[in-house]
Design a protein around this ligand. Structure first.
Ligand code: HEM
Length: 126
């Protein structure tokens, strides 16, 4: 089985690939209405999850924990809710999904906060 760092990178790369096609579509169409959703797909999906992947690569002890799996679950669910949630909010169709996505995303960051303070950077053994 691949480790959690791989899954974070895989999710991050999927996000930025979609985000770039979305950006190209916005640029060609001249309709930038969805820029906030595009921005969050790239910044929360690609940049943030890519940084999580880097952290777990250099801190293998943290990557082996159940907390790391929970972290991945909250991070992915957060992006899957916050991006369409922002799109819905921009369309004027309600903010509930964006709010749920925000809560999931901040929970993911709180898990990361605990992880960093527990393991520091570079810890190899549990
Ligand atoms: C093929 C790659 C990309 C294309 C073609 C693209 C295109 C665009 C376009 C057309 C806008 C709207 C600009 C406006 O309305 O002012 C935009 C906004 C934005 N993009 Fe991208 N983008 C790309 C990749 C990325 C990446 C990789 C990131 C972040 C890591 C990113 C972050 C943002 C942000 C933060 C905004 C909002 C800027 C603002 O509202 O001031 N984009 N992008």
């Amino acid at each position: 089985m691949r480790n959690i760092a791989f899954y974070f990178f895989a999710a991050a790369v999927l996000c930025v690939t979609c985000g770039m096609f979305w950006g190209i579509h916005m640029a060609i169409s001249g309709d930038h209405t969805m820029a906030p959703a595009h921005a969050h797909l790239n910044l929360v999906g690609w940049t943030t999850m890519g940084l999580f992947g880097l952290y777990y690569t250099v801190t293998p002890a943290a990557a082996e924990t159940t907390l790391a799996k929970a972290h991945f679950g909250f991070a992915v669910l957060g992006v899957l809710c916050i991006v369409p949630g922002i799109a819905l909010a921009v369309w004027g169709s309600g903010e509930a999904l964006a709010a749920i996505g925000s809560i999931l995303t901040v929970i993911s960051m709180l898990i990361f906060l605990v992880t960093v303070f527990r393991n520091g950077i570079g810890r190899r053994t549990a």
